[in-house]
Design a binder for this molecule. Structure first.
Ligand SMILES: *Cc1c(COP(=O)(O)O)cnc(C)c1O
Length: 393
């Protein structure tokens, strides 16, 4: 396909035909896995690759692909989502303050409060869904705004456009963790953010078979800074795993479409179920950020959180369901059910966790590609059998 045509193609086509300048050998339709650590250097030529930490063709094909999907100028692949986050945090220095969504991923909270704090980087956790809170937290030392939207586990939505505008006014770098939405449903750079991060372990890979992270920068300058950190810090993604992501990405749209449809059905059904206390899903009209979500994303995603009566009922549910995997992670082809208090958010101190409402009765569901009727039947059984087990002495 001619290059000019590739610039105009729609997202779904881009997933299949993203433009990379990694040469194809023998007409291969996929980028080969360049399982090499080092490259022979022609002393008389300008060698594109020398060592795979600094650059590897398979990783670069992935990096160019994600940059296009997020509409940025440069992409980077890391050994995990946390490696991507930590590498981006390396852009800050001692004395800098970062404003961070108070209900962001547990690992993000941990790396900031227990690791980057050691290097004099100060974090202020605020409710970024309240724009006035962001404005109030800015001091002369503030250098960054780190948003996770929708957040985990309550799916709270921050207005990325307005928050980025506040950040820009104060000269802060806006970073958005876009893991839950994917570039198919939400494009933070187009809304004014400077850097997008993904745990590619989740929807980008999509098959629960790889741990990876990606970063995309809006500007070339920030791209150069991240490139420097990537090479200096060295938390790069290997060629095999890069290839797995390239493979997973091709079905991102079809997976998300289907998972989202099922999520909408299940959220509605759970909401009406007498044994469910509350359902958190931006697609429900009673979700506090339903309208904002409609405005800034093209879909509501496929993660639902819901509360049952108490911790005992939650445990019963986890023990009784048969289809979902029970554990951490999300975004796979199989449904994954998490107990945030003891799994994904266990790294947050109990007191802080409970202040944020993450109690033992809360469950989080990443909706997979199973048939919605089968999931519903499985959940109905798990919910209703708790009544029986409670009654039996
Ligand atoms: C999983 C996750 C991370 C961390 O990514 P890893 O690949 O597990 O290192 C960061 N942010 C969000 C929102 C996540 O769900």
């Amino acid at each position: 396909m001619h290059t000019e045509n590739k610039d105009r193609i729609q997202f779904g086509t881009k997933l299949i035909h993203a433009k990379t300048d990694i040469g194809s050998h023998y007409g291969a339709v996929n980028v080969p896995i360049y399982q090499v650590s080092t490259f022979h250097q022609d002393v008389e030529a300008d060698n594109r690759y020398d060592y795979s930490r600094s650059g590897n063709p398979t990783r670069e094909a992935l990096e160019q692909t994600v940059a296009q999907l997020e509409g940025g100028s440069a992409g980077f692949a890391f050994a995990s989502g946390m490696a991507a986050i930590a590498s981006v945090l390396c852009l800050f220095k001692s004395g800098d303050e970062i404003i961070v969504s108070h209900d962001s991923y547990g690992g993000t909270y941990r790396v900031l409060t227990q690791l980057f704090s050691r290097f004099g980087i100060k974090t202020l956790f605020v409710d970024t869904t309240d724009l006035a809170e962001i404005e109030k937290a800015v001091t002369p030392n503030t250098k960054g705004l780190y948003i996770e939207s929708p957040s985990n586990p309550f799916l709270n939505v921050t207005d990325i456009k307005e928050a980025s505008a506040i950040a820009k006014k104060h000269g802060l770098i806006t970073i958005v963790d876009n893991t839950f939405m994917t570039p198919y449903l939400q494009q933070p750079l187009a809304l004014g953010a400077d850097i997008v991060i993904h745990s590619a372990t989740k929807y980008i890979g999509g098959h629960s078979d790889v741990v990876a992270g990606v970063v995309v920068t809006a500007s070339e300058e920030l791209g150069k800074e991240v490139k420097f950190v990537q090479n200096a810090f060295g938390a790069v993604l290997g060629p095999q795993d890069s290839w797995l992501l390239l493979r997973g990405i091709k079905t991102l749209k079809v997976r998300l479409e289907q998972q989202q449809q099922t999520a909408e059905k299940l959220a509605q059904w759970l909401k009406e179920h007498p044994l469910v206390e509350h359902v958190y899903y931006p697609g429900l009209t009673d979700h506090p950020h339903h309208e904002l979500s409609k405005k800034q994303a093209s879909g509501f995603g496929a993660i639902i959180s819901f509360a049952v009566k108490d911790e005992e009922a939650a445990h019963h549910f986890l023990k009784t369901v048969s289809l979902p995997s029970v554990g951490v992670s999300l975004g796979g082809v199989e449904s994954i059910l998490t107990h945030p208090a003891t799994m994904s958010h266990a790294s947050i101190p109990k007191e802080t966790r409970e202040e944020r409402g993450i109690t033992g009765s809360l469950l989080r569901l990443s909706v997979g590609l199973e048939e919605p009727e089968d999931l519903q039947a499985d959940f109905a059984h798990a919910l209703e059998s708790s009544l029986i087990s409670v009654k039996t002495p």
